[in-house]
Design a protein around this ligand. Structure first.
Ligand SMILES: Nc1ncnc2c1ncn2[C@@H]1O[C@H](COP(=O)(O)OP(=O)(O)OP(=O)(O)O)[C@@H](O)[C@H]1O
Length: 283
């Protein structure tokens, strides 16, 4: 019988940093083999939520259940042990080391005699990169890789532990169009292999290209969760910007062609708010 227990349940999670309530009673459920995008304006609480799941922060209140079992995630290592891997924007590599050496940094494979097992590490590194269909040579120094290739290596690194859930913080940030397409394809592969992904993303085209569900955070609260194929850019933008669903907000002078789909009369206000918060580069 198919297991219907969610992979991850976030229940009533709040997070307070001294003077800031970064998360307020957040509830979110992540299923198996799905990509969930967290979207929201700057300071909405996206990174804080992901860092709690990654084990970097302990919530002030609330709890997490993994595979139906209430669980405390004390640190990144215990997250890894629970099948959760993360890639953060500030993921750092040792520039003078190879791709393979960076993949295994701190977790080097060793022979029975305790000697670094370079061959096994190279083979395993090649295998995880193959999983992503990446042809990056494992012997290359990491310093010689492009931004997109480094992102690939960071994602590949998560696969070493065979995680059920991968957290990606802005996976397509600062990438070229082709590199972005590659990273989105990697995320598709992760899902095809049966893994789930939570990604923080400011780029709505990327979100709609890949996400199964979209959770909108505003001022520390999850204000909506949509199936991606049942919502629109306009709805998501309006929710991010906190624009009420009322008529009469038309900006008659606004003749700008919006890049995505048909927009309602509220588009002028939505556009201005989106521009202000850097959510979209309007044409
Ligand atoms: N370590 C911290 N100490 C104090 N306040 C923090 C800390 N981390 C986050 N905050 C605050 O918590 C709120 C939520 O921040 P968070 O980084 O989670 O938002 P975000 O949605 O990820 O924003 P962005 O898109 O700008 O990265 C903000 O007001 C932020 O200033």
């Amino acid at each position: 019988m198919k297991d219907t227990t969610p992979l991850l349940e976030i229940r009533d999670v709040s997070m307070r940093f001294e003077f800031v309530e970064a998360l307020k009673s957040v509830n979110l459920t992540i299923g198996h083999q799905e990509v969930v995008a967290l979207v929201g304006d700057n300071g909405a609480g996206k990174s804080t939520l992901v860092k709690i799941i990654a084990g970097l922060y302990q919530p002030s209140t609330g709890h997490l259940r993994i595979h139906g079992k209430e669980t405390k995630i004390n640190d990144i290592r215990s997250a890894n042990d629970l099948g959760i891997a993360s890639v953060f924007q500030d993921n750092e590599f040792c520039e003078n080391l190879s791709v393979a050496a960076n993949l295994f940094l701190g977790k080097e494979l060793r022979t029975n005699y305790g000697i670094r097992d370079e061959d096994s590490m190279n083979v395993r590194a090649r295998t995880v990169l193959n999983t992503l269909s990446s042809s990056i040579q494992v012997s290359r120094p990491i310093s010689s890789l492009s931004m997109g290739q480094r992102r690939t290596v960071a994602i590949a690194k998560t696969l070493l532990n065979d995680p059920d859930l991968i957290l990606l913080d802005e996976p397509t940030d600062s990438l070229s169009i082709i590199q972005t397409a590659e990273v989105l394809e990697y995320i598709r592969r992760l899902r095809t292999e049966g893994r789930s992904v939570i990604m923080v993303c400011h780029d709505l085209p990327d979100v709609f290209a890949i996400a199964d569900r979209i959770a909108v955070l505003r001022q520390g609260r999850i204000i909506a969760v949509h199936n991606a194929n049942e919502t629109s850019y306009e709805q998501i933008l309006a929710e991010i910007a906190g624009i009420p669903n009322t008529d009469g907000l038309e900006d008659a002078d606004d003749k700008t062609t919006l890049p995505y789909g048909n927009f309602s009369p509220r588009r002028g206000l939505i556009k201005r708010r989106a521009e202000q918060s850097g959510l979209l580069a309007w044409t």
